[in-house]
Design a protein around this ligand. Structure first.
Ligand code: ZN
Length: 358
């Protein structure tokens, strides 16, 4: 079965150019975006309802970049793609490589399942693999006290702390398919030969510890994962697993590094659609964080906890289910200001607030 090409229907929007306009593959379907590079959509059961995976023609096999959220629906789509009898477009040759950009469940969720089915190693960076393995092995029966203490210190109201205490723990390990015990390590600067293409591994950080992107310099393609998205701002958060981290510093450093890639690169992101305008998008992302940092610094004339700063950072109410992510994001901004000597933390009654210096 031949896989259709994505239609050329270019539109410009907010400083970016989308060469295929609003055309997207249906769930479990493929569109070709460059010779031997196929865009595969898979469903995610959340408000962000899809992920883009990338299937690369490697001659006698397929290489898969990211694997989808671990749902029965996504598995059924994979099975149909491989099924020769029903004319599955990937039937006829095996999967020969499974590459994962980072540890989030929509990316790594079915990696173990695909690696087992095709008897393959998982190719991923060390930082992402180790964090994923640690999270899957965390079998605490209830929310650990250090996690509760971490969020309480960010100024959470008592009822939110109690709800966290009562909530189930270890969700990552319950939903993500069991990962292989070992992995094949990808490092910044590695070059992968896949079919006729050479892909250089470019590593970013801030959204996750050691996020892999794949860059084909000859044809100007970047499989960017969640490191560069055209319309969504990737979550940049401090988590209880590394409470002293400065992920926004890592994120802004990564943006500066990614700007060394050519401006005319076609970006193949994990969410939304392929686009041109890599530098414009990196500039937008950096400017958005700097605007938030300025507003936050201004507000820290009165000491603020991470929870207090929601009103400054987010222009909408934060629901209970978004509380951890919003807190992590707020703390990432306060931490950035703290590390650069612009605010100081003051702890009082178990809550940390940040006050502007100078
Ligand atoms: Zn992610």
């Amino acid at each position: 079965m031949t896989i259709p090409a994505a239609p050329n229907d270019s539109i410009a929007r907010a400083g970016l150019v989308y060469p295929h306009g609003t055309h997207v593959p249906g769930d479990g379907r493929l569109l070709q975006v460059a010779e031997g590079v196929f865009w595969l959509r898979m469903p995610i059961p959340f408000s962000l309802d899809h992920i883009n995976l990338w299937v690369l023609d490697a001659g006698d096999h397929w290489a898969v970049v990211d694997t989808g959220f671990p749902s029965a629906e996504a598995k059924a789509h994979w099975r149909a793609l491989f099924d020769a009898e029903s004319g599955g477009p990937l039937a006829g040759k095996p999967v020969g490589r499974v590459i994962v950009t980072h540890y989030h469940p929509d990316h790594i969720g079915l990696a173990g399942w695909l690696c087992t089915r095709w008897q393959l190693p998982l190719e991923i960076s060390r930082g992402e693999f180790m964090l994923a393995r640690v999270l899957t092995l965390d079998t605490a029966a209830s929310t650990p006290e250090d996690v509760i203490g971490f969020y309480a210190a960010q100024g959470w109201p008592d009822d939110a702390v109690e709800a966290l205490r009562a909530s189930a723990w270890g969700r990552f390990g319950r939903i993500v398919h069991r990962l292989p015990t070992g992995y094949h390590r990808l490092r910044a600067g590695d070059r992968l030969t896949i079919g006729r293409r050479q892909w250089d591994i470019v590593v970013g950080a801030g959204h996750s510890p050691e996020h892999v992107c794949l860059h084909d310099a000859a044809d100007g393609l970047l499989i960017s994962g969640d490191q560069v998205l055209p319309r969504i701002t990737s979550n940049v958060s401090v988590y209880p697993t590394e409470p002293e981290a400065d992920p926004l510093g890592d994120w802004l450093d990564s943006i500066a590094r990614l700007k060394s890639l050519p401006a005319e690169t076609l970006v193949l992101p994990a969410h939304n659609e392929p686009f041109f305008g890599l530098h414009a998008r990196l500039d937008q992302l950096a400017a958005d964080h700097h605007r938030k940092l300025e507003a936050l610094l201004e507000a820290c004339g009165e000491p603020l906890s991470a929870f207090d700063s929601f009103a400054i950072l987010f222009r909408r109410a934060i629901g209970r289910d978004e509380l951890q992510m919003a807190t992590g994001e707020a703390l990432a901004h306060l931490r950035w200001l703290h590390r650069r000597g612009q605010v100081e933390p003051i702890s009082c009654d178990g809550v940390t607030r940040y006050r502007r210096l100078g």
